[in-house]
Design a protein around this ligand. Structure first.
Ligand code: GDP
Ligand code: IMO
Ligand code: MG
Length: 424
């Protein structure tokens, strides 16, 4: 590994298995830093029969060797964050020592959550399917230059700043037909703010730069996925942050020329939670098979995930947007036992064959074109060497490498840390 930071991010619509892989990789790094998103994320880790879901805290937190930073690009809900800390303290009593929170990270207010819910309710059948964690309204206040930041809680006039932003939100909420009760949430929020005040609040951008200069290895952990990026995703059915590699620069204060590897992770098939186009979606028993085998229910909201075949034009688009240098394929075990295996290699768009992701993925305009691949039957979850994987899966992997032009360096065959096969 040469000097610099590596980025790990999702190449689909999120939930690719980022939490698992960051946990697996952390032993090679000195710093793990989340760069965007907030409690809309749910990153699952499994080891020693413990399953843990993180929302705001970086997935390197279980390793005593690494420092974990919550970067300026992240939005923090103090209540959810303190809830995560409480769960974590039971397993990792020292975790707060290893955690630094950017003073420039923005705060999610209880009224941001109400605005998220009111906006979604008003959209009716056109709703985004947001996680209702207040993500959109908080990033709107950030770019609208109204937001409150973690560093503000150290200021003498913090409460006035809070009241002033809350008032703006209440005025906006008046425009919706949306009843609410703020009192309880507000009390919990203030308690959590008081706890956060005692934690390590830092200029994490400077910490990252110092870490770089002292030769430390940094891993930037993405949340959501490329197809949920506010610019390059399936707008407007996206999240409100830059989920792509560029987001690691703006979300951490990491210059582009300090980035070394861009590790892109994808499921061997595709899932999506929430609304929006999904060209290779399976609305039949095969889709249900993938949901059941893959336990495809949201880590944050518990909603069933939509499922479908691997979409290679979309994957290559994500590889290009991020400059991916290494691929990791997750959940290959879930495809075991499928009677048929299809991969989308191109689209028919307005009657013409194309191999790129066009402006619109509207079902009326775009139809996926598939090829059949040989499926495999073997249970992969006990395999501990890449060499022992079925030939059909090896062929599937080679096909993906050829299509994208990027090596698949790792295949994951189960949720546990140990179910991880490096390729030689
Ligand atoms: P993230 O948001 O990208 O961190 O992914 P999530 O944690 O939301 O969703 C991934 C789910 O798949 C979690 O329940 C993981 O425990 C699980 N998982 C990760 N890798 C594998 C794998 O290779 N096989 C199986 N069967 N499950 C996996
Ligand atoms: P991780 O990091 C999957 C989806 C929501 C919705 C859209 C907008 O676990 O991969 P938001 O609450 O951000 O306004 O919702 O984005 N979404 C995710 N889907 N994984 C996630 O995070 C997601 N975070 C947001 O379902 O469609
Ligand atoms: Mg997730």
């Amino acid at each position: 590994m040469s000097q610099g930071a590596d980025i790990l991010l999702g190449l689909q619509w999120g939930d690719e298995g980022k939490g698992k892989i960051v946990d697996v990789l952390t032993k090679k790094y000195d710093v793990v830093a989340r760069f965007q998103g907030g409690p809309n994320a749910g990153h699952t880790l499994e080891f020693n029969n413990i399953k843990h879901v993180l929302h705001t805290i970086p997935s390197g937190i279980f390793h005593p060797n690494a420092d974990n930073y919550i970067g300026n690009g992240v939005v923090i809900d103090p209540i959810i964050f303190c809830g995560e800390i409480d769960k974590l303290l039971k397993l990792e009593p020292d975790c707060l020592k290893r955690l630094q929170i950017s003073r420039k990270a923005h705060l999610i207010l209880p009224t941001h959550k109400l605005l998220d819910a009111a906006s979604e309710a008003a959209k009716g059948k056109n709703k985004i399917g947001s996680t209702l964690k207040g993500i959109g309204p908080t990033y709107m206040d950030k770019t609208g230059r109204n937001g409150l930041r973690i560093g503000d809680i150290e200021l003498a006039d913090f409460l006035e700043r809070y009241q002033s932003l809350k008032k703006k939100h209440l005025d906006l909420l008046n425009g919706y037909d949306f009843p609410f009760d703020l009192k309880n949430a507000e009390e919990q929020w203030m308690d959590a703010i008081n706890r956060i005040k005692e934690m390590n609040l830092a200029d994490t951008d400077v910490l990252i730069q110092n870490a770089f200069h002292s030769g430390k290895k940094i891993l930037a952990e993405g949340a959501q996925g490329t197809l949920l990026d506010v610019d390059f995703g399936t707008y407007p059915f996206v999240t409100s942050s830059t989920t792509t590699a560029a987001g690691a620069c703006t979300g951490l204060g990491l210059a582009p020329n300090r980035i070394n590897q861009v590790i892109g992770i994808f499921k061997a098939y595709v899932t999506r939670v929430g609304s929006g186009p999904f060209p290779t979606e399976l609305n039949d028993e095969l889709g249900q098979f993938l949901r059941d085998q893959g336990n495809e229910y949201g880590s944050t909201t518990g909603r069933p995930r939509r499922t479908g075949w691997l979409d290679l034009p979309a994957l290559r688009y994500a590889v290009e947007v991020n400059g991916v240098t290494q691929l990791m394929m997750m959940k290959a075990d879930v495809l075991s036992g499928l009677g048929e295996l299809k991969v989308c290699t191109e689209y028919k768009y307005r009657g013409e064959k194309i191999e790129h992701l066009p402006y619109s993925l509207d079902q009326e305009l775009l139809e996926p074109v598939y090829i059949d691949m040989d499926a495999w039957k073997e249970d992969l979850t006990q395999i501990d060497s890449e060499k022992d994987l079925p030939n059909e899966l090896k062929a599937y992997t080679k096909f993906i490498e050829k299509y994208t032009g990027v090596p698949v360096v790792l295949i994951s065959v189960g949720p546990d840390r140990k179910q991880t096969l490096w390729r030689g």
